[in-house]
Design a protein around this ligand. Structure first.
Ligand code: ADP
Ligand code: MG
Length: 321
């Protein structure tokens, strides 16, 4: 016999190893009861993954559990928040125990790595849809907001960009999945690494930050708009992986780096006075451009000529979905 709603919750969503001291009451009552550190701000974010829209049918459920949490932790990272609690709303077409087991496994593995506890949620029957909300703490006035970029600030990105975009081409069958490079690129799409510790390290250094979910040009555009400034980027400075370079060539890789989404790296700005401290950080940060007064984004190629930018990031309600 199929599991009922409450058995399902009990079986798959109460067996987590993380037990935080600040959770007075977790899953099981009408509400969770949570203790806030004094003088912290609560950072709250939510993302929804819809089957057929954000992931194809028959996607590996463990990867889905991972990704549903990873994209939320990435938002906390981009704010400089320390993750604490999550809530999960699941809409399921049927009770598939193998699916639920793998999904919960992927979710809790990443949750444990970050000391995050699932404290509540909702479970309903319907088209497969996963909504996850994450909560984290930031000391007052230390949040990495989008509106803090100032003229003269340098623009940085963490890690490498464009890998997940190539991973999506692989998933769509437009690029070969062969070999270690193919696996690496596919992994960047399916199991993104939220840069949580990196976001925390940027408190007090970065003037503005955002995570790169829709592509660098689009996401940097959000910082520019919120901060009422413009920017110049150097195309040749965009950090790309060797794997991506081997697959699509250097120019192709940088085009992916500029416009493709889903990498979940951080893009941030910082005053030039912080350059030394940023260079000394124990993770890769690459300067890629500078904030300017003139609004809009300008990209210059290796020959010094201005390049056209396909600026549009993914917009669910845009003209060409
Ligand atoms: P209510 O009827 O009060 O909304 P529910 O029956 O929806 O409560 O849920 C019962 C308990 O199980 C609540 O504590 C709720 O937070 C928790 N819960 C429900 N679904 C999930 C889920 N997918 N993950 C974690 N907790 C869940
Ligand atoms: Mg409910």
């Amino acid at each position: 016999m199929a599991l009922g709603e409450f058995q399902l919750i009990e079986r798959f969503f109460t067996r987590q190893r993380v037990k935080r001291d600040d959770v007075e009451l977790g899953v099981g009552d009408d509400c969770a009861l949570l203790r806030m550190p004094s003088d912290a701000r609560l950072a709250v974010t939510m993302d929804t993954l819809v089957e057929g829209r954000h992931f194809p049918q028959a996607t590996d459920p463990a990867a889905l559990g991972h990704k549903a949490l990873a994209v939320n932790l990435s938002d906390l990272a981009a704010m400089g928040a320390e993750p604490a609690w999550i809530t999960l709303s699941l809409s399921l077409p049927s009770v598939d125990e193998a699916w639920l087991d793998a999904f919960a496994g992927g979710l809790f593995q990443l949750a444990e790595a970050h000391g995050v506890q699932l404290v509540g949620g909702d479970t309903v029957r319907g088209p497969l849809t996963i909504t996850l909300q994450a909560h984290g703490f930031i000391p007052a006035n230390q949040a990495l907001r989008r509106d803090g970029a100032r003229v003269g600030d340098l623009i940085y990105v963490t890690g490498t960009l464009g890998d997940a975009g190539a991973g999506l081409r692989i998933a769509l069958g437009e690029l070969s999945a062969d070999g270690a490079d193919g696996q690496f690129l596919r992994g960047r799409l399916d199991r993104p690494t939220p840069r949580v510790a990196w976001g925390l390290a940027l408190r007090g250094l970065a003037s503005a930050a955002i995570d790169v979910s829709d592509g660098l040009a689009a996401d940097l555009g959000h910082i520019l708009k919120a901060s009422r400034v413009g920017a110049t980027l150097k195309f040749a400075d965009l950090p790309i992986s060797d794997a991506l370079c081997r697959r699509v060539g250097e120019a192709g890789a940088r085009q992916f780096a500029l416009t493709a989404g889903d990498d979940y790296e951080l893009c941030f700005t910082a005053a030039p006075a912080q350059a030394e401290a940023i260079a000394a950080l124990p993770f890769p940060c690459t300067p890629v451009g500078v904030i300017e007064a003139g609004e809009g984004l300008r990209v210059y190629g290796p020959d010094g000529h201005r390049m056209p930018v396909e600026q549009a990031g993914f917009d669910h309600f845009g003209a060409s979905p």
